[in-house]
Design a protein around this ligand. Structure first.
Ligand SMILES: [Zn+2]
Length: 275
């Protein structure tokens, strides 16, 4: 696998200035099925009840082309509860997930005749990477330099990167921190799409500010895993790598949402928008 660090110019603007000049860029939210996890995986609690959550990915439509953010669940979940997840710890760690026919990102792109220019992966959890195997023509993805690129072989894995030959890496080392969020990269260089460093849920988790004229959005993915008062009062659960940083990111996103109430906040698994 070839890894290349991408080059970007620094952003010197505040969110006030950036959001004052919105751009021609659109977002589509795509539902790819349901995953069932324990409540303590999502929220800091001892409750073991099951939570059934939708799994979303997003398509960005920019003048330079269409970009996918995450790939959701793959088609194998249409017939098998655990899909392609396998390994020594499958019985303890694999997640149950279901998908109806037609709901994979592969089928969605084909049925709507959408060609992709690139695919962002927010983090390596299977419900964000699995759908890559239904896109065999894609051999290149974009993700944070800090996110581990390997699955947990031989314990639990799905070989979801089997077609991937290149990874374009985003390095936040030299990115500008734009308060109240973390490091921000102006991905297209035109102020339309910012990749935000939201590590905490995982080592290199990324989120997005879409500075759209039609509907500005903050795509949190699992940095704000789903809408819940319990998540904001207790903090994230066991699926979050770094509880303290993960909780701080949630607070930063809330502060951003309060400062810019016209920006819609959407998540990886929330049934509703945060605002
Ligand atoms: Zn997730």
């Amino acid at each position: 696998m070839i890894e290349t660090i991408m080059k970007f110019s620094k952003t010197e603007k505040s969110w006030d200035e950036i959001l004052r000049t919105p751009c021609n860029i659109l977002v589509d939210k795509i539902f790819t099925g349901y995953v069932t996890v324990k409540k303590y995986h999502m929220i800091k609690t001892h409750e073991k009840s099951d939570v059934k959550m939708p799994v979303y990915c997003y398509i960005i439509r920019h003048k330079s082309g269409n970009y996918l953010i995450d790939a959701g669940l793959d088609m194998s979940h249409q017939t098998q509860e655990y899909g392609m997840q396998r390994g020594l710890f499958k019985n303890f760690l694999a997640c149950s997930a279901t998908q109806e026919k037609g709901d994979s990102i592969g089928e969605y792109l084909k049925n709507n005749n959408i060609k992709l220019k690139g695919i962002f992966i927010t983090h390596m959890h299977f419900d964000h990477t699995a759908g890559l195997i239904d896109l065999p023509e894609y051999d290149r993805i974009i993700m944070s330099k800090d996110e581990p690129k390997k699955e947990h072989k031989p314990f639990l894995y799905g070989d979801y990167f089997r077609h991937i030959k290149h990874i374009d890496l985003i390095d936040f080392e030299s990115a500008t921190k734009i308060s109240p969020l973390g490091g921000a990269i102006d991905f297209f260089g035109d102020g339309s799409l910012f990749v935000i460093d939201t590590y905490g849920h995982s080592a290199g988790h990324i989120s997005f500010v879409v500075n759209s004229k039609t509907e500005p959005q903050f795509i949190a993915s699992d940095a704000y895993i789903y809408e819940s008062d319990e998540l904001t009062s207790k903090g994230p659960g066991k699926y979050t790598l770094d509880y303290t940083k993960g909780y701080q990111v949630i607070k930063d996103i809330i502060a951003f949402g309060e400062a810019y109430p016209n920006v819609k906040i959407v998540t990886g698994h929330g049934k509703r928008n945060i605002r």
